[in-house]
Ligand binder design. Structure first.
Ligand code: PAF
Length: 282
C-alpha cells in the first residue's frame, strides 16, 4: 500500500491506472477506521482492480459547534488496518492540500436534506458533496463505497451522481454492527461504559418500530411512537429525532408503503449517534 498526501501525486498515479485500463474502487472516510470502513474496503477489493481509500476529516462538513477539532484520529493504526483490508492507495491530504484557497464555487444540496441530520446540521451535506465531488474528480472511481448507517448521505450522494452525471456507481453497504446490535461508529469511543451498555437499544428500538409495521400497522405516527417509547425506556439518551420517510427520496410518509427508512439520532453525554433501518412494506 502506498500513502499519498499530495493531490498531484494522486492524479498522476490514477492517470497511470486508468491508462492501463484498470477499474478503481474508492472508499472515502474520515479515518479512525472501524469494521464498517473495513467492510467497505474489502467489498471494494473484491470488485475492483485498484482500491483507493481516502482519510480526510473534512472541515467543511462540521458546524461551528461540532466536533471537528476533537474528531478521533489515529493515522498509524488506520494505515495498518487499511493495508490489511487490501487498500492499494491511501490518500490522506492535509486540509490546505484539499482547500488551498477559498473556493469560488459553492455547492448547495437542495433536496433530501431538509429532514433527519440535514435539518439538524445546516450546511453539513453541502460540505459532504463538496469534498466527495473533489474526491471523485481526483480518484476517478468506477465505484464508490459508502456505509448505509449514514443512509441520508448515501441518498444525497446518489442525487449528486445523478444530478452531475458522474460516470460511476454508488454502492451503499449494509451497516456493520456489534454483536449486541450497536452500529459501528468512530464516535462510539465517546460513550461512557454505562452508555455503551444502553446504546444497543437504539437498534432494538428501530427493530420494534419495524416489527409493528411488518405486523401490518400502516400509520407512520404509530410506528414512530413505538420507536420513541422504546428509546425513552431503554437507551437513557436524549432523542434528537425519530423519522419515517420514503427512501431514497426522504419525503415524509403518513401511510407506510413501498421502501421506507425509519431513522433516529440520539444524544449521549459526549456523543450523538445515528442509526436506521430501511425496509419495504406492501
Ligand atoms: O462518511 C464520512 O465519513 C464522510 O462524510 C465522507 C463521505 C468521507 C465525506 O467526508
Amino acid at each position: 500500500m502506498i500513502v499519498i498526501k499530495k493531490v498531484k501525486e494522486l492524479t498522476s498515479i490514477v492517470g497511470e491506472k486508468k491508462k492501463a485500463g484498470l477499474s478503481i474502487g474508492l472508499v472515502p472516510t474520515m479515518g479512525y477506521l472501524h469494521e464498517g470502513h473495513l467492510t467497505l474496503a474489502k467489498k471494494a477489493r473484491e470488485e475492483n482492480d485498484v482500491v483507493i481509500m481516502s482519510i480526510f476529516v473534512n472541515p467543511l462538513q462540521f458546524g461551528p459547534n461540532e466536533d471537528f477539532e476533537s474528531y478521533p484520529r489515529d493515522f498509524e493504526r488506520d494505515q495498518k488496518l487499511a493495508e490489511e483490508a487490501g487498500v492499494d492507495i491511501l490518500f490522506a491530504p492535509e486540509p490546505n492540500e484539499m482547500y488551498p484557497k477559498p473556493s469560488m464555487i459553492v455547492m448547495n444540496v437542495v433536496e433530501r436534506t431538509d429532514r433527519l441530520c440535514g435539518e439538524k446540521r445546516p450546511g453539513h451535506f453541502d460540505g459532504v458533496v463538496t469534498v466527495v465531488t473533489k474526491l471523485f474528480h481526483l480518484a476517478q472511481p468506477n465505484r464508490a463505497y459508502f456505509g448505509l448507517k449514514d443512509a441520508q448521505q448515501v441518498a444525497v450522494i446518489n442525487g449528486l451522481v445523478e444530478s452531475l452525471n458522474f460516470p460511476l456507481e454508488v454502492i451503499g453497504v449494509e451497516t456493520v454492527r456489534e454483536e449486541n446490535g450497536l452500529a459501528k461508529s468512530s464516535r462510539n469511543v465517546y460513550l461512557t461504559p454505562t452508555e455503551r451498555q444502553l446504546a444497543p437499544h437504539i437498534y432494538q428500538a428501530l427493530k420494534a418500530g419495524r416489527a409493528l409495521a411488518e405486523q401490518g400497522e400502516k400509520d407512520a405516527e404509530k410506528v414512530i411512537n413505538e420507536t420513541i417509547a422504546h428509546l425513552n425506556e431503554h437507551t437513557g439518551a436524549e432523542i434528537d429525532y425519530v423519522e419515517l420517510l420514503s427512501f431514497p427520496e426522504l419525503t415524509p410518509v403518513q401511510t407506510i408503503k413501498g421502501q421506507v427508512i425509519l431513522a433516529t439520532a440520539v444524544k449521549y453525554s459526549n456523543a450523538r449517534l445515528i442509526d436506521n433501518i430501511i425496509f419495504e412494506c406492501e
